[in-house]
Design a protein around this ligand. Structure first.
Ligand code: FES
Length: 171
């Protein structure tokens, strides 16, 4: 018998005195795999999450309101109404929406409305001191309250503030 010589294959069963090289190799492989997975997870978190957040931003709230510059107070006489534009995020595209600024008869107070009718979303126009909707005859008062036609909800009002002489609208 040549059992135990260097050219003979290693025994497949463990004996108490022999080193378990097969088990050691398996442990090293398992450890290496786990380490690779861990690094993959860390790198994925570092580089993947910001990319996912950027891509998902428009869908998950990137379209949230932002302060926009709607011109200067000097351009809006007391009691006057004028249109302004603001960007709106629609998915991954940005489009322009219209709104109205209205300055109080006295003082510097400015209110801002969306130009979208609250009935079905058509654009209202300011005429004869009221907002008129061309689609179904809706009419809103100067304060944006529905006074005729199908709309029952006031025009959407935006928060405004003055920054020096500039009118800022959160739209
Ligand atoms: S959409 Fe304005 S009245 Fe219908």
């Amino acid at each position: 018998m040549t059992q135990g010589t260097p050219s003979s294959p290693a025994p497949k069963h463990r004996t108490g005195n022999q080193p378990d090289t097969q088990v050691d190799t398996m442990n090293r492989r398992g450890f290496t795999k786990r380490l690779a997975k861990m690094f993959g997870a860390v790198f994925g978190a570092i580089f993947g999450l910001p990319a996912v957040a950027t891509l998902a931003d428009p869908v998950l709230g990137g379209g949230a309101s932002k302060w926009v510059d709607a011109g200067t107070l000097a351009e809006l006489a007391p009691g006057a109404v004028k249109r302004f534009k603001y960007p709106v995020q629609a998915g991954w595209e940005t489009r322009e929406e219209a709104g109205f600024l209205m300055r109080a008869e006295t003082g510097d107070e400015v209110v801002a409305f969306s130009a979208r009718c609250t009935h079905a979303g058509c654009k209202v126009r300011f005429k004869d001191d009221e907002f008129h909707c061309p689609c179904h005859g809706g009419v809103f008062s100067r304060n944006g309250d529905p006074i005729a036609g199908p709309p029952t909800v006031p025009l959407v009002r935006f928060e405004t503030r003055l920054d020096q002489d500039h009118i800022k609208v959160k739209a």
